[in-house]
Design a binder for this molecule. Sequence first.
Ligand code: SF4
Ligand code: SF4
Length: 352
Amino acid sequence: MRSKGSWRGHSCLPRRDSSRRLSLDTSVEAAGKSACATSSLRCFVILLLLLFSSDSYGQAIPYSRPVDTAPQAKNIGGGYVVPPVQKPVPRGFAMEIADVALLGLGLAAAHWIVVTKRKRRWLVGLSVVSLGYFGFYREGCVCPIGSIQNVAVALFDSNYRVGAVVTATFFFPLVVAVFYGRAFCGGVCALGAIQELVVLKPITVPRRLDQALGLLKYAYLAAAIWFALLPAGQRQFIICRFDPFVGFFRRTGFAHMLFLGAAFLIVGMFIGRPYCRYLCPYGGLLAWCSRLASRGVSITPNKELDCGLCTDACPYGAIEDMRDVRKDCLYCARCYKSCPREVRLIKIGEAA
Ligand code: SF4
Ligand code: SF4
């Protein structure tokens, strides 16, 4: 556990007396806000480009159903309707291993960029790459969020086998969270990335409401496990069925689900990453694991200040009493610019 006085884990020393607030240059804050708005706009444009060009970059899906491997409806007769071909189609084992390797690489990169290099721009680049690959190219599958259900069934049903790839995908981000916090949410998760790129003018959700809504993800987690553990014939993987963004990734889906995804993105312009904060069941697991993390985001780059400028910097309500709340911190690196020490170091670096 990190110590309260450690600058690595926290932004500033505890402060209760507002009269001690330093009169630091408010232009730093203003400059940070305007830079934030510009980069949000840039990200939004990138996201639009990805959405509209995804057909050319997306994985080709063969829709033909070879008659020698599966009988067609006309051969079966009796009004039988052949179920639609699954999307995405299964991959070869080597490619699945490559996906796990890329997941590991992405986690390492997110941690290095946010904790070591402290570069928000690089993180945005990583988010775009992850969204392109894990989202639009891999069509959102397999992802750690959905793998909760596979792992739960495998634990309770001896007839159900879950492969090494799914197991690794499930555990990798959790293990990293135990040591370093939610690096997966920072720049690797496609669902997080698509929301991160649309944050435009985030409002602060009142703390109590934020905390109450945050409990929904645990209820969703419990419901997802319950539905996954139903007898095989009735089993449902609701996390995948109600994934609000997978329709975008696959360029297909029910109209109501596409509408839901669009609604999340529109709301997400003003309430930062609503699916992550209030509904994502894997986010709940990551939050638990990251409570143990001894290293992760530190708002200030070196020595702590007692200025309070970071208090409103986080669009995700993850700064409390001038400290990052590790379980809620989504590794976005937005708060860095609020710290005068960070700005000073950048200026010194530019002048050198
Ligand atoms: S909270 Fe869930 S959806 Fe959001 S980035 Fe983390 S794992 Fe992805
Ligand atoms: S702005 Fe909030 S979520 Fe982002 S890194 Fe800072 S404390 Fe974490």
